[in-house]
Design a protein around this ligand. Structure first.
Ligand code: DON
Length: 574
């Protein structure tokens, strides 16, 4: 009972906080069966809904939303970033598209280290050298080629209109742009004045992006070649020469997204369909769910001492595996069968104790060979990021998480092209054991190699129940993405709450290193926190973790949205 009181209090406090900020998430109220989109920005949701209403399917809406977000949500929406799509057709066929960035051909293992072997501050995070070869435009083109119903040009056009006519900044966006001003000046040539204006940006300020409109027009008319070849490619390469960037015309031309087999696992009778490597998201999520499955989380209660212990201890062990074993499967052999073997996952929790925390220093990656029960899966099997979820009239579902990595990526605008470049190279392990921007460590599996994809945490996920669509979800949040998706699934399946309640609930996160349990204020009852501290857990409060955009299909077949009030996220249905 007590835990439910704190669950509800947590939600009320977040709502109250959001109201004080004037940023209440925009949810739909009403019963929708014909389709739904949930995205990080109301303008992008409008675009997606209009596509669904004119007969487009979920992939059509996804393509239109991806381009619209590049205009109205430039801190994460992108054409020069990358991402992952998980797809489930109404008939239950699934696929996963990897449009993750790649290291340029000139990249090398120690490119972010000085001659003494030390990491050069910020080199992998901001500026031209932090940029990987972008994947988003090719990804959208591939997704459309395979599943699209409406013509490509009709899907790109709404973004062109938004760029030409301008869109209104939300208060949050105006503040963000003002905060980034110094970096925009620092990392761009003086002639490059995108998003710079005299005086401060304000809520309601109109942003027109004519260069971006021109780039999008080329993409509309020439498809992927409008970006990876010709004028836009030339502009990217020219921009590279302003800084010390290494993305070449050949890198751009050679880029291709990859269809992969989604990872599918079972949790308490639900099928969890998620992204395989080079994202760590799917592996880690399935590991987490299997490791906590033997515990009755519903009975333990929401964010009680015991449920937090079980979940945090699983997280600690999973992130240790992530650091050692995961990377681009086209470059590094990943033994998925072993990592996901139930006996292995059971063994990982064998030293878990209710009495005290397992210090992270005592946790290492698991020993895999003992649990090999089949051939190891070999290579080549077939805050700022953003996630959107879509269900169309037929019941096809799309989950896409896409990113420039950091907020506004490398902060470098392609002059004349009107768009930002990613700083995804920081997701590689730039030096073994040295934490990246999200505190994640890694080694050989995720070392830099030319043409390799950097390991991601993005976890676009679709959940199926009794052969039918059940939930579509995902979130930004760097290393917290995996644990946030994990908690949302547990909130819905174990704690049996509706989608918005699951999204509103306070979040808790551990990632092995540092040995810290991060929590959102009101995510944990203070008595629970103190009691866990006595058991050896180290807590640190954090600002909002993640911005989940999700859809739940109810047993009456209505689409129930969860649009995260931590952002300007918005759900629209019909
Ligand atoms: O791929 C990844 O895991 C990161 N580049 C995601 C970055 C992110 O979520 C930033 N958002 N807050």
């Amino acid at each position: 009972m007590k835990c439910w009181t704190s669950f509800i209090l947590s939600i009320l406090s977040i709502t109250l906080f959001a109201c004080v900020q004037g940023q209440v998430g925009q949810n739909v109220s009403g019963a929708y069966k014909n389709g739904m989109v949930v995205t990080a920005h109301p303008e992008a949701s409008k675009v997606g809904l209009a596509i669904l209403k004119k007969g487009g399917n979920a992939v059509d809406a996804a393509v239109a939303i991806q381009f619209a977000l590049a205009v109205v949500y430039p801190n994460a929406g992108n054409i020069a970033g990358g991402g992952f799509m998980v797809y489930r057709s109404a008939k239950g066929e699934t696929s996963a598209l990897d449009f993750r960035e790649k290291a340029p051909a000139k990249a090398s293992r120690n490119m972010y280290l000085d001659s003494a072997g030390n990491v050069i501050t910020d080199l992998s995070i901001s500026g031209h050298l932090s940029t990987g070869v972008p994947g988003s435009v090719d990804g959208m083109f591939e997704a459309h080629k395979k599943y699209g119903k409406l013509p490509w040009n009709e899907l790109v056009q709404p973004a062109i209109d938004l760029a030409n006519n301008g869109f209104e900044l939300t208060e949050r966006q105006a503040n963000e742009l003002n905060r980034e001003r110094t970096d925009f000046i620092k990392y761009n040539a003086p002639t490059n004045t995108y998003f710079l204006k005299k005086g401060a940006w304000e809520k309601g300020g109109i942003v027109v992006q004519s260069d971006l409109a021109k780039t999008l027009t080329l993409i509309r008319d020439k498809g992927r070649d409008g970006f990876y070849d010709g004028e836009v490619a030339d502009l990217i390469v020219k921009e590279m020469q302003v800084g010390k960037g290494i993305v070449s015309k050949k890198d751009l031309k050679d880029y291709h997204s990859i269809w992969r087999k989604p990872l599918i696992g079972n949790y308490k009778g639900y099928e969890i369909i998620s992204m395989p490597p080079p994202s760590s998201g799917g592996v880690a999520l399935l590991q987490l769910l299997k490791m906590v499955e033997p515990y009755d989380l519903r009975k333990l209660g929401w964010n009680t001492e015991k449920s937090i212990q079980v979940m945090v201890e699983a997280e600690r062990r999973v992130y240790a595996d992530r650091a050692a074993y995961l990377g681009d499967p086209d470059f590094y052999k990943i033994s998925l069968l072993e990592l996901l073997a139930p006996a292995y996952l059971k063994s990982r929790m064998a030293d878990f104790s209710w009495d005290e925390a397992t210090p992270s220093s005592a946790v290492k990656e698991g020993k895999l060979s003992k649990y090999q029960f089949g051939p190891a899966i070999m290579k080549k099997e077939s805050e700022q990021t953003t996630h959107f979820s879509i269900v169309d009239r037929e019941g096809n579902a799309v989950a896409i998480t896409t990113t420039l990595n950091n907020s506004y990526g490398s902060k470098v605008f392609v002059q004349g092209g009107g768009f930002l470049l990613n700083d995804e190279m920081d997701d590689f392990s730039i030096k073994p054991g040295v934490p990246n921007m999200y505190g994640l460590v890694g080694g050989e599996a995720n070392a830099i190699q030319p043409g390799k994809r950097m390991l991601s945490s993005m976890t676009p996920t679709i959940v199926e129940k009794d052969g039918d669509l059940f939930m579509v979800l995902g979130t930004p949040g760097g290393s917290t993405i995996i644990t946030t998706v994990f908690q949302i699934i547990v909130n819905v399946i174990d704690h049996d709450v509706d989608m918005q309640t699951a999204v509103d609930a306070g979040r808790v996160h551990n990632q092995w290193l540092p040995d810290t349990v991060f929590y959102e204020k009101k995510g944990i009852d203070s008595l629970v926190l103190r009691s866990l501290e006595r058991k050896g857990y180290h807590f640190k409060s954090r600002n909002a973790m993640g911005r989940v955009d999700a859809i739940l299909k109810t047993k009456w077949d209505y689409l129930d949205p969860g649009a995260d009030k931590r952002g300007d996220d918005s759900a629209m249905g019909w």
